[in-house]
Design a protein around this ligand. Structure first.
Ligand SMILES: C[S@@+](CC[C@H](N)C(=O)[O-])C[C@H]1O[C@@H](n2cnc3c(N)ncnc32)[C@H](O)[C@@H]1O
Length: 189
């Protein structure tokens, strides 16, 4: 059995899927990133690193990659795989503490936050904290890139962010949406 499936069976709510994201979904997720200018890319919930591999291949050597993963086993795997690379920071922690982590590392605010979290199965308060935090750690011209298996949290995202684009990727298990946001507050409800 794969490590991913084992961890899903242990922690279904936090892992959120049976298998890692597909190459097609990965391409859609990284497509909005301007790798030539990004100084800091934060990834929430990298899991086994399918997005991370592409971020690592395409980043400029001086671009910081900050990986925040709550699952101990995935985190160990990420450490083994990436921690020896310059400007890669593997953090065993939770996405709602990103501001603290960036401060401790003395890293500039994020140009991009790539979010692979299973929002629908996370506790409601945590979802709010993560979104609030993300808005604070992004550069004003930065972008939040999320993938989701449904659009049921779209209204929640739009409380914190302005939608830039959405795409549906069928070649993934399950099919997923890629949502791209700018860090401005939507009109007050
Ligand atoms: C759906 S998997 C995505 C994994 C990988 N990005 C991919 O696309 O294959 C969700 C990941 O988010 C992690 N996760 C869940 N809650 C988290 C949190 N609060 N902070 C950081 N990572 C979290 C899980 O451990 C898991 O690795």
């Amino acid at each position: 059995m794969s490590a991913f499936l084992e961890e899903f069976l242990r922690n279904p709510a936090t892992v959120g899927s049976l298998v890692p994201s597909s190459p097609e979904l990965t391409e859609k997720v990284v497509a909005p990133i301007d790798f030539s200018s990004a100084r800091c890319i934060v990834e929430y919930g990298p899991g086994t690193g399918v997005f991370t591999d592409v971020l690592m291949q395409r980043r400029q050597p001086e671009t910081h990659i900050v990986l925040i993963e709550v699952n101990r086993r995935f985190c160990q795997h990420l450490q083994e795989r990436y921690a020896s690379h310059a400007h890669v920071h593997v953090i065993h922690g939770s996405a709602d503490k990103t501001g603290e982590y960036l401060q401790q590392l003395s890293i500039p605010p994020a140009d991009y936050v790539v979010c692979g979290l299973p929002f629908s199965s996370l506790p409601r308060r945590l979802r709010w904290r993560i979104l609030e935090h993300t808005r604070q750690v992004l550069q004003p011209a930065g972008k939040l890139i999320l993938f989701q298996y449904s659009l049921r949290n779209k209204r929640l995202f739009e409380r914190f962010f302005r939608m830039l684009s959405t795409a549906h990727v069928l070649r993934n298990i399950p099919p997923a949406y890629v949502l791209v946001y700018a860090p401005e507050r939507a009109a007050a409800e």
